[in-house]
Design a protein around this ligand. Structure first.
Ligand code: ADP
Ligand code: X15
Length: 394
């Protein structure tokens, strides 16, 4: 990576360091249901503690849209972080102004403070320079460790970097390294697996991967647009009719470039979106007009698993079917299992695929699970991430 990281900063002792993290964790009735994003920032926080920095953590939580929303305070996150670190974490109910300044002034070397949800301020998402300056006033150094929010140009992810020396944290560095190697210098055969519901959201990713991957595997709801583009009947399956020409052009491009473009050869179809639904398996060119494709079939599972087994690098983003409902989860489970078993380096893009890997208890058998859903997608599209661009060059 050509951006500076905290490892490039010599003397951190006594320095006030503003660390933007992504503590946007799922909450249910005020309790954190998955603390992965908190645990993944521990290396950066511990690195700073060990070097005697005064650590000021900032994050967003949810989408409060510039208002104070009581349920979206970061207080439970401070409690969890304190448990994980085994030391106190101070929490202040503001992110700028006198209360925040006073809390920072109280910090000793190696102490940790968590500011309030930065999205309680209108200027955050507008990338207001005044808010960015107010954040910057609290610190001597800016560290961005919020890979999950790096695709957002907000005051605490982008703006602040213009007012302080700005470097990446260890998680940010790791994410960019792993995903960067995959896209810029992949070990081959390189297999990309793209699933999920919406073609629209993944078009740019598929297009970019057509230039890079050896095998491009499609599954999930977005595969049906490609099946229809080949002239197949897809019944009531998800389809984006506005993207049929584009889908056809992708299939042609793959042929031209010698990319092995894999679509499902058989499909689990259903008449109902429920756990008690009737299902059957049909060939992918024989989906009955009154049924909906809901998962990849057993032959496809085998075909995909075989390609994954023979790869050196696998990047997976998006489920193969409606994996949340047991009878429709087998395709996604098979892909997750194949990723767990292959000797290839496996990278899981965040979001639903990470949730699926967790659900099937295979997460710890993947080489890297990204903490960013949207961010890893934009990265895979080949887009520059504003939160990274703003950091200081090496
Ligand atoms: N065949 C299908 N029909 C309808 N929905 C599907 C199908 N396959 C997968 N899905 C749904 O797609 C959703 C994930 O889509 P998306 O948000 O695009 O993926 P991701 O979050 O991985 O980027 C899942 O909730 C899953 O149930
Ligand atoms: O959870 C997040 O997005 P993700 O689910 O796409 O990874 C990030 O914290 C970004 O949040 P946002 O999409 O509200 O800007």
């Amino acid at each position: 990576m050509n951006k500076k990281s905290i490892r490039d900063i010599q003397d951190l002792n006594g320095k006030r360091v503003f660390v933007r993290v992504d503590f946007n964790v799922p909450l249910e009735n005020g309790a954190i249901t998955d603390d992965t994003r908190i645990r993944e920032t521990l290396p950066t926080i511990k690195y700073l503690i060990e070097r005697g920095a005064k650590i000021i953590l900032a994050s967003h939580l949810g989408r409060p849209k510039g208002q104070v929303v009581e349920e979206l305070r970061l207080t439970p996150v401070a409690v969890r972080l304190s448990e994980l670190l085994g030391k106190p974490v101070a929490k202040v109910d503001e992110a700028i102004g006198e209360a925040a300044k006073a809390a920072v002034a109280k910090l000793g070397n190696g102490d940790v403070l968590l500011l309030e949800n930065v999205r309680f301020y209108e200027g955050e998402e507008k990338n207001d320079p005044e808010l960015a300056k107010a954040f910057a006033e609290l610190a001597d150094l800016y560290v961005n460790d919020a890979f999950g929010a790096a695709h957002r140009a907000h005051a605490s992810t982008e703006g602040i970097a213009h007012y302080l020396p700005a470097v990446s944290g260890l998680l940010m560095e790791k994410e960019l390294d792993v995903l960067g190697k995959a896209l810029h210098n992949p070990e081959r055969p390189f297999t990309a697996i793209i699933g999920g519901a919406k073609v629209k959201d993944k078009i740019a990713v598929i297009e970019n991967l057509l230039n890079i991957a050896d095998n491009l595997i499609l599954g999930g709801g977005l595969a049906y647009t490609f099946l229809k583009a080949q002239g197949y009947e897809i019944g009531k399956s998800l389809c984006d009719d506005s993207k049929l020409d584009l889908a056809r052009s992708f299939i042609a491009k793959a042929k031209e470039r010698g990319v092995n473009f894999l679509l499902p050869v058989d499909i689990v179809v259903t008449d109902e979106f429920s756990a008690n639904a009737n299902t059957k398996v049909v060939a992918s060119n024989e989906i009955p007009a009154d049924l909906e494709g809901i998962d990849i079939g057993p032959k496809t599972r085998e075909l995909y698993a075989d390609v994954i087994a023979k790869s050196k690098l696998v990047v997976w983003n998006g489920p193969m079917g409606v994996f949340e409902i047991e009878p429709f989860s087998h395709g996604t489970r098979a892909v997750a299992q194949a990723c767990a078993e292959t000797s290839a380096y496996t990278v899981v893009g965040g979001g639903d695929s990470a949730a699926a890997a967790e659900k099937f208890k295979l997460a710890d058998r993947m080489d890297h699970i990204s903490t960013g859903g949207g961010a890893s997608l934009e990265f895979m599209e080949g887009k520059a991430l504003p939160g990274v661009v703003a950091l200081n060059d090496k």
